[in-house]
Ligand binder design. Structure first.
Ligand code: ADP
Ligand code: ADP
Length: 229
């Protein structure tokens, strides 16, 4: 029941840093419903790993599997569809589209998956209500607070009921209290829907709350016990 997997994964950037691999031969299996924290120093390759898992970048070695599908064998269009259906992304900075309302931003992934407008609106509204933004549906990102924007981004990541949410410092840009709220929201989703979470974070107190903690160091993923994170 692997939802996301990396097998003998390697990445070397062609430019800069003298072609040193960021990592090579990296293995990772994320099971359905599992929550995984990825720790590591700045520059260790955490974002690179997350981009590869999400199909946003291509590995120079090895394979990524998402929902049982081998990413490298898919066309760009099929990879995009799989990403939209099976994965949700949350970044440190929200990446909401500024000219659209919160409701429209959350509707977008549903529309991209082929649903009609009424269905997309109903699901987006339910999600936004679920993250406490029922009173902010018609607001544009610029009219929301930082925490509200990030909650809207979480709603957008979840609206297609992805098997796995990939988060790159999803709470890194928020004050402690708001970060805790957004984090709890993701844990609730994990409990309610069995959505797997793979979260890159610097925050060890958050990492400790997940099932597994992995530290990326010198190109290797080391499993550490959550209690000692
Ligand atoms: P982290 O997320 O852990 O801070 P990154 O994945 O961003 O680490 O970066 C890992 C290494 O790869 C760093 O040495 C970084 O400079 C390098 N790197 C990241 N992106 C690129 C790129 N587009 N081109 C060249 N080197 C890159
Ligand atoms: P960057 O130069 O950091 O890639 P972008 O504006 O292209 O800047 O992307 C910003 C963020 O959005 C990055 O974390 C990137 O990986 C992510 N991103 C880019 N394209 C997509 C996409 N098609 N779907 C989801 N996330 C994406």
């Amino acid at each position: 029941d692997e939802v996301v997997g990396a097998h003998a994964l390697g990445k070397t950037y062609a430019e800069g840093r003298m072609h040193t691999p960021v990592f090579d031969g990296l293995d990772l299996t994320v099971a359905a419903g599992e929550t995984v924290a990825i720790l590591g120093a700045s520059g260790a390759g955490k974002s690179t790993l997350l981009h590869l898992l999400g199909g946003l970048d291509t590995p120079t070695a090895g394979e990524v599997y998402v929902a049982g599908q081998r990413m490298s064998t898919l066309s760009d269009a099929d990879r995009g569809r799989l990403r939209n259906r099976a994965l949700g992304f949350v970044y440190q900075f929200h990446h909401l589209l500024p000219e659209f309302t919160a409701l429209e931003n959350v509707m977008l992934p549903v529309l991209l998956s082929g649903a009609g407008v009424p269905d997309a609106a109903a699901r987006a509204r339910a999600l936004l209500e679920g993250v406490g933004l029922g009173h902010r549906l018609e607001h544009k990102p610029g009219e929301l607070s930082g925490g509200e924007r990030q909650r809207a981004a979480v709603a957008r990541a979840l609206v297609n009921r992805p098997a796995c949410v990939l988060g790159d410092e999803p709470t890194g840009n928020l004050d402690e209290k708001t970060a805790a709220t957004v984090f709890e929201l993701m844990l609730e989703l994990n409990r309610a829907e069995r959505t797997s979470l793979v979260l890159v974070t610097h925050d060890r107190s958050l990492a400790r709350r997940l099932d597994r903690v992995l530290e990326l160091h010198e190109g290797r993923l080391r499993e550490i016990s959550p209690a000692s994170a």
